[in-house]
Design a protein around this ligand. Structure first.
Ligand code: XMP
Length: 548
């Protein structure tokens, strides 16, 4: 996606200076992250219940504005008994706002408020059976008296903090959940946010609604209304430039901005010469209905010239990235008086870049290409920075954007450039485009009854919609075959189809054999230059989705 190609990783300080809190109007829950692998899931569970929430590192608490209705303390890989255990001063929170400690959060409160945490009594990893001992507790309203929970702790709370009493236990751990009397402070040793805690979502909802008093009115429509209003205020009569890619994020960002500032939004869509078959024309065409002000830039030759002789994946990515910036900058300069660059940054990017653990290590350079806004001296506007991917899609749908645009599979910024292994050439692009077209249109035409990849609660009616991402790679290997009565020596195509939720992990899809047989046959018969088709059966990790 071009928008994310130019996305750059802001430093922690920059993000925090730019937007201490992402929304200041919507009632919300503040999640303080102590570095657990599953903190994002607390956010997901709340958002599924239409409760707005934000995750902030424990050591960067935002201003406690009146819209914050409650606070959740996450888990952590640390032990409260470690010398360098994460510490947060709760004096402005505990007893003043509803508070829920999860795993480390519950041990943290026990440790610092008069209880005791012990390392040797009872470790629990995995499923456990929880028995509620105080059924009148609002946290457990509507929850079965006994239910399965997910535990992951080496330390145990041996003595509760002052004024606390047990509200639930497991066979091995008596203090599995407690409440502090006289204040709305709750703590659970287990992880209600993970799927294996069968009634965890209900407990999180109980905290948000029953304890914090949230209304649960965070919906795509309310998001659109408040965002358009705040964009109007933020941007006034300023001009904004946005890089469109045909992908979901940049499209939804553009339509929102268009609603707020109309013709002051100038979109640029660059043809890098590495797009899929007919993609440039099709995407430009589909933007016509949306009333967007789009400039299409045909820069294919420039990109292909820069790729001559380049075979290393990282050097290819860099060549494509820097050429994109050059082209974009040249076009953007033609739009006189622009003050802002809009980006389709979404919430997982924001959380990752400010997380306690810091941005994850660099595997491929796409997450780090940037520099454009500084270079052009533009301010940044990111209307989707508080949304998860599926929420972006829901907002897109509420904005009336066509399914063909909203349901498009992710596509990498460097495009087919990183799906042709080794050096890129016009001939290889022709082969890959044709093979990819057979595969993708085959997926669209194959009827199925599987859950939709974009809207998990709905059914897809064709394979394309049931798959999170699919693509075709051209391998740098030729092999011997026989076509008619003649020997052939031609290229190999690899097909890839994965299911994922965010691209961070992915599983290969068990495509129907009949479908694979048809696609393989069609590619070999119709695409000149290919005599062999393989299917990639690797998951991520350890493989990545793209091959380069
Ligand atoms: P990997 O190959 O890292 O891909 O498993 C994860 C997801 O990211 C997409 N991807 C990119 N997206 N610019 C982008 O905007 C890029 O340079 C880029 N490289 C990979 C990939 O298609 C998958 O959805």
């Amino acid at each position: 996606m071009i928008a994310s190609l130019i996305k750059f990783r802001q430093t922690k300080d920059k993000i925090l200076n730019f937007a201490p809190k992402l929304s200041s109007m919507q009632e919300s829950i503040l999640i303080l992250d102590f570095g657990s692998q599953v903190t994002q899931l607390i956010g997901r569970r709340l958002r599924e219940l239409n409760v707005y929430c934000e995750i902030h590192p424990y050591n960067k608490i935002p201003e406690l504005t009146p819209d914050i209705k409650g606070v959740i303390l996450s888990g952590s890989p640390s032990s409260v008994r470690d010398e360098k255990a994460p510490f947060v001063d709760l004096s402005n929170i505990k007893g003043k706002l509803p508070l829920l400690g999860i795993c480390y959060g519950s041990q943290f409160m026990a440790h610092h408020f008069g209880g005791e945490v012990n390392g040797s009594i009872a470790r629990e990893y995995g499923r456990a059976n929880l028995t509620i001992t105080d059924e009148s507790c609002p946290l457990f309203a509507g929850v079965s008296k006994t239910s399965q929970v997910w535990m992951s702790h080496g330390d145990t709370i041996a003595r509760l903090p002052e004024r606390a009493r047990v509200i639930a236990s497991t066979e091995d751990v008596e203090n599995a959940a407690y409440k502090i009397d006289g204040e709305e402070t709750y703590a659970v040793q287990f992880h209600p946010e993970v799927f294996h805690t069968t009634e965890g979502s209900k407990m999180i909802g109980n905290f948000a609604m029953n304890v914090c008093g949230c209304k649960g009115d965070w919906t795509p429509d309310s998001f659109i209304e408040t965002t358009v209003e705040s964009l109007k205020k933020q941007l006034g009569d300023d001009k904004v430039i946005l890089g469109l890619s045909g992908g979901v994020d940049s499209t939804v960002a553009a339509v929102l901005l268009n609603k707020a500032i109309g013709s002051n939004l100038h979109c640029i869509f660059v043809d890098n010469g590495l797009l899929r078959k007919n993609e440039f024309e099709d995407v430009l065409d589909s933007y016509k209905d949306l009333g967007l002000n789009v400039i299409g830039v045909n820069a294919g030759k420039l990109f292909l010239d820069k790729l001559v002789g380049v075979t290393d994946p990282e050097l290819k990515r860099k060549a494509i990235g820097t050429t994109f910036i050059e082209v974009f900058e040249m076009e953007a300069k033609k739009i006189k008086g622009a003050d802002w660059l809009a980006q389709g940054t979404i919430y997982p990017d924001v959380i990752e870049s400010v997380s306690v653990n810091g941005p994850s290590c660099k595997i491929k350079s796409h997450h780090n290409v940037g520099g454009l806004p500084e270079k052009m001296n533009l301010k940044i506007v990111e209307p989707l920075r508080s949304l998860f991917k599926d929420e972006v899609r829901r907002v897109g749908r509420a904005l009336g954007i066509k399914k063909e645009l909203i349901g498009r599979h992710p596509f990498p910024g460097p495009s087919l450039g990183i799906r042709i292994l080794g050096e890129v050439s016009e001939e290889k692009l022709r082969i890959l485009r044709d093979a990819d077209d057979v595969f993708i249109s085959g997926l669209r035409n194959w009827k199925c009854e599987l859950p939709s990849a974009s809207y998990p609660n709905e059914m897809a009616d064709n394979l394309y919609d049931a798959i999170w991402q699919a693509g075709t790679m051209l391998l740098p290997v030729k092999s011997v075959g026989v076509m008619g009565d003649e020997r052939s020596y031609e290229y190999t195509i690899a097909l890839r189809a994965v299911i994922s939720t965010d691209g961070m992990t992915a599983d290969w899809v068990h495509l129907p054999y009949e479908f694979m047989a048809k696609v393989s046959n069609d590619i070999i018969n119709k695409v000149k230059g290919v005599n062999r088709v393989c299917y990639d059966i690797s998951s991520k990790p350890p493989a990545t989705i793209e091959w380069e």
